[in-house]
Design a protein around this ligand. Structure first.
Ligand SMILES: *[C@@H]1O[C@H](CO)[C@@H](O)[C@H](O)[C@H]1NC(C)=O
Ligand SMILES: *[C@@H]1O[C@H](CO)[C@@H](O)[C@H](O)[C@H]1NC(C)=O
Ligand SMILES: *[C@@H]1O[C@H](CO)[C@@H](O)[C@H](O)[C@H]1NC(C)=O
Ligand SMILES: *[C@@H]1O[C@H](CO)[C@@H](O)[C@H](O)[C@H]1NC(C)=O
Ligand SMILES: *[C@@H]1O[C@H](CO)[C@@H](O)[C@H](O)[C@H]1NC(C)=O
Ligand SMILES: *[C@@H]1O[C@H](CO)[C@@H](O)[C@H](O)[C@H]1NC(C)=O
Ligand SMILES: *[C@@H]1O[C@H](CO)[C@@H](O)[C@H](O)[C@H]1NC(C)=O
Length: 390
């Protein structure tokens, strides 16, 4: 990269407070407009690299792919009738990480503890037939956002809806909605809600779980790492102190790679709050392979690299909550990112409170000490004077 580009970029960053320059396109290279075809390509140009993001719904499985390559790299999409035919990069990415939701599971939680357990009945609902309709989109150089929804196979003649919202902003900030996850120029917020799904008659303790695929250009025999840390306060997510991170081997071992970051919390009503929250749980990882006919397969079969493919469940609920049918609604968010996961910082408000909390006693103590010292000094002085006079 030449000096000029760096200067222009730094100029841009100062002007807009952006960490990356983003360019987002809906269905690039596809000429017909249809709300049933959604593939967003976001190019995120940084000072030292460019992250190419593909958000694909055309091949049914909601998919997010991150590919990191040099500053000037490009990615082009070619099309068959209504799905990508190929995703061509100008160079082999230095790193790539992806996630996709391939199935939703309904399970009969007879132990009533929220976990999806193979010892109890369960039914997978593959998402490979769902048509995703684009409901809202905002694609500017300040934000890239899409909201799509799909009907779960139109079972039962009832509107059973899965909503998915993806959001990218080119700087670090807290998400507007609870659990107020942090998104950065290197990550994208993924929010999913399961609305009015009909539970099976033969199950009396139905809950739903999400089945996620995780892919990274790491050795096939390596593994993703689950980590949980405690935050100092629950300022941003009331009542929740834990932060869960799923780290790719590269991130875990070398400090830079793909990750998912989230809070172990889900919401049971569209108006989110502490009262409508429940627990989100992550299962262990299993090894798997790329699904056939998927955008993941399309992208990764072009690359000449190691590939780690694993999957996991995220299930929702806790004992005594009346199962899914109690609210017929579950919403959960995570961020998918590259680099190192952001850590939450104290807000100005909290810093002020802490400063006041610590400051007042310190000031009081100091003034006390000063008073005593002053008195002593005066006293000594007086005594000296007396001595002198004596
Ligand atoms: C990127 O492109 C710019 C202008 O197009 C060029 O000046 C620069 O050398 C390129 N950087 C790299 C790393 O190839
Ligand atoms: C992508 O398309 C642009 C413009 O058509 C072209 O300049 C570029 O070389 C293409 N990149 C690749 C990797 O094919
Ligand atoms: C589409 O978005 C609008 C708000 O922009 C919302 O009122 C409506 O419920 C959404 N439709 C679905 C099916 O989510
Ligand atoms: C984003 O990634 C770049 C390099 O890829 C790194 O320099 C930067 O610190 C990262 N930013 C954040 C907010 O993680
Ligand atoms: C879900 O069902 C409830 C009650 O039947 C209804 O009020 C609500 O509008 C439905 N939600 C959607 C998104 O269709
Ligand atoms: C559900 O059905 C099983 C047997 O089929 C029974 O053991 C269990 O108590 C029932 N649970 C509830 C919450 O009704
Ligand atoms: C949820 O849907 C079921 C039908 O599947 C219905 O019986 C139940 O009353 C609904 N619950 C709420 C809170 O709307």
């Amino acid at each position: 990269m030449n000096i000029q580009t760096v200067l222009i970029f730094i100029g841009l960053s100062f002007a807009y407070g952006q960490d990356r320059k983003i360019t987002a396109k809906l269905n690039p290279g596809y000429n017909t407009y249809s709300t049933d075809i959604t593939l967003v390509y976001v190019k995120c140009e940084g000072v030292s690299d460019t992250i190419h993001q593909i958000w694909d719904f055309t091949r049914h499985m909601p998919t997010v792919i991150f590919a990191v390559a040099s500053v000037n790299s490009t990615l082009n999409v070619t099309w068959t009738d209504n799905a990508p035919k190929d995703l061509i990069m100008s160079e082999e990415p230095t790193y790539s990480f992806a996630t996709a939701i391939d199935k939703i599971y309904e399970y009969d939680d007879l132990d009533d503890n929220g976990h999806i357990d193979p010892k109890f009945p369960q039914k997978p609902y593959p998402l490979d037939k769902i048509v995703w309709h684009l409901n809202e989109s905002l694609l500017t150089d300040k934000e890239a956002m899409v909201h799509v929804y799909g009907m779960l196979n139109g079972r039962h003649g009832r509107r059973e809806i899965i909503n998915i919202k993806l959001d990218l902003i080119p700087f670090k900030d807290y998400a507007v909605d609870l659990p107020h996850l942090i998104h950065t120029a290197n990550s994208t917020l993924f929010d999913i809600s399961l609305v009015n799904l009909t539970t099976s008659k033969e199950y009396n303790a139905s809950r739903y779980a999400i089945h996620l695929l995780l892919v990274s250009t790491d050795p096939e025999t390596d593994t993703m790492h689950y980590t949980m840390r405690k935050s100092l306060d629950d300022e941003h997510t009331p009542g929740v102190f834990e932060i869960i991170e799923i780290k790719s081997p590269s991130l875990f071992e070398k400090g830079e790679g793909g990750y998912l970051q989230f809070r172990p919390v889900a919401y049971l009503q569209s108006t989110r709050g502490v009262a409508s929250s429940t627990i989100a749980r992550v299962s262990a990882f299993s090894r798997t392979s790329l699904p056939r006919y998927s955008t993941l397969k399309l992208f990764y079969s072009n690359l000449n690299t190691d590939l780690l493919v694993q999957d996991m469940f995220v299930s929702f609920g806790e004992a005594g909550d009346g199962y899914y049918k109690q609210h017929n609604y579950t919403a959960w968010s995570f961020t998918i990112g590259y680099g190192t996961p952001p850590i939450e910082s104290f807000s100005f408000f909290v810093i002020m409170i802490i400063s006041i909390g610590l400051g007042v006693p310190v000031v009081l103590a100091l003034s006390g000490i000063t008073y005593v010292l002053l008195r002593r000094y005066r006293h000594n002085n007086n005594r000296t004077r007396f001595t002198n006079e004596d």
